[in-house]
Design a protein around this ligand. Sequence first.
Ligand code: 1GP
Length: 258
Amino acid sequence: MLSQGSGRTKHITLIDPDKQSPEIAAKRALVAVECGTSAIFVGGSTDTGSNIVDATCVAIQEALELAMFASSQHPDADEDQWNVPVILFPGGAHAMSSHADGILFMMLMNSTNRKFLIEEQLQGAPYIAKTGLQTIPTGYIVCAPGGAVGEVGQADLISPDDTELISAYCQTAEMYGFSTVYLEAGSGASTPVSLQLIKTAKSAMNCTLIVGGGIRTPEQMIAAAKAGADYIVTGTITEEFEDLQLLKERLNSLISVL
Ligand code: 1GP
């Protein structure tokens, strides 16, 4: 579902179901897909209930299906453009939906609290097994400044120049068999994950590398891509625009540089 495939860095849009109604979330997701985003992550906040997560996944899936159907009626349109996965990015075992295409099954590797290392996973696994949600085994590593997720997740933050430590975390992730590593600076972070950490992570392992948190400009997108990110996640930007046309312009300016 997420792979290093073409070698070109791709963009992922994060939608936090807590930040808008499911209808608005679906409209925002459509704009993002139109701009070329490759997947929609649904999640983020730690206390969002499953009902809101589920309603948001349903609304996004329905909107994508409708757009795909509309495209199929036009000989010049590319209906495959709308075929993007909706993937859960859960704050915990409570934030699940069977209407997603998959789930980042994460270990917050640098948490000091066993809740985020194994307990939430133990609670979520039976539901995932029952619903058959496709799992993406992911090592989630929170880097400074870390923001809310660093605090709530009680992460021992990785400092921007600690290449030795990030390298060991990435090697560990690969040895555990994780397919993916997500370097997170925190939603709305004042500074994104350092380029040094991205470069080191990329060269330390063969896992798919996701980078997110505080990325807001085309220059930051280009730098993270050059440093080795396979996927770049942006979330906050999508929530800043009520006007969908303005959102489209902003997202286009970011995604088109990849
Ligand atoms: C947060 O990495 C994501 O989990 C996205 O961060 O909201 O800062 O874009 P932003």
